[in-house]
Ligand binder design. Structure first.
Ligand code: 6PG
Length: 249
């Protein structure tokens, strides 16, 4: 049985995995709208969440998601045009947002051209989520994890994995899988009210267990193993795993 900080769900199959995640997200969304009038949701790219995004718009049970009051933010983006197959925004848009009633004002793609992309996205975050100043707290951040333990575009030993005091950072150079990236920082992720990590497949089992062991012995090292830097300071952390990733297969 895998040990990780927070709530750990190990699903017997992909439907159960998606259902659990969708119902957790729905609860968070309804609560955010009731308490604060809007739901700020940050979504990851990569291949794992794509079928989940499709499930969200296809299964009628999730029609209760308050899309009209939802702001979709990006966890990270590759610096490529939005019609490039590597664009996370393109994937999130085609698998989810094109099919649900999100107003234009609720769409927040990361900029991929022009100057100071990190500053621009950071300003948008602050203006929209924390207009009175303070911390831009996401209501729900959905993360993935790579086989090297990266999460968002925070890669082992990369520049952005060491950054504090910023909400958004560019990342490229040694350690970063090209193309160059833009990513939410640990500060933004850990300020969220809820962080969920979706991990599937046997290939990620080793690194997940290594991270669990580091946490257990109090040896989290976000620079070497970025997933261990995910520790919401006043929020909830949940893990959504299949049996292959958890090691219960
Ligand atoms: C990205 C991500 C990244 C992703 C992991 C896992 O844009 O690549 O947001 O952090 O979640 O690399 O990717 P897979 O789901 O493709 O394994």
């Amino acid at each position: 049985m895998i040990e990780l900080p927070g709530l750990v769900y190990v699903a017997p199959d992909v439907d159960a995995l998606h259902e659990r995640l969708a119902s957790e997200m729905l609860r968070a969304a309804l609560q955010a709208v009731e308490e604060r009038g809007a739901f700020h949701l940050a979504l990851s790219g990569g291949s794992t969440p794509e079928p989940f995004y499709m499930h969200l718009c296809i299964d009628p049970r999730w029609r209760l998601l308050p899309w009209f009051r939802t702001h979709v933010w990006m966890v990270d983006e590759r610096r490529v045009p939005t019609d490039d197959p590597r664009s996370n925004w393109r994937m999130i848009r085609s698998s989810l947002m094109d099919h649900v009633p999100i107003p234009e004002a609720g769409m927040h793609p990361m900029p991929t051209d022009g100057e100071a992309q990190d500053d621009r996205y950071e300003s948008e975050l602050l203006r929209t989520i924390a207009p009175g100043g303070g911390v831009p707290r996401m209501d729900y951040v959905l993360l993935g994890m790579g086989e090297d333990g990266h999460t968002a575009s925070l890669f082992p030993y990369s520049r952005a994995a060491r950054i504090t005091g910023r909400w958004v950072a560019g990342n490229d150079g040694p350690g970063v899988t090209p193309p160059p990236r833009l990513t939410l920082t640990f500060d933004t992720i850990n300020a969220a009210r809820r962080v969920a990590v979706l991990v599937t497949g046997q290939k990620k089992r080793g690194v997940l267990h290594r991270a669990g062991m580091r946490w257990r012995v109090g040896d989290a090292d976000p620079v070497a193993l970025p997933i261990t830097g995910v520790r919401p300071w006043d929020g909830t952390l949940s893990w959504h795993l299949d049996r292959e990733a958890a090691g219960d297969a």
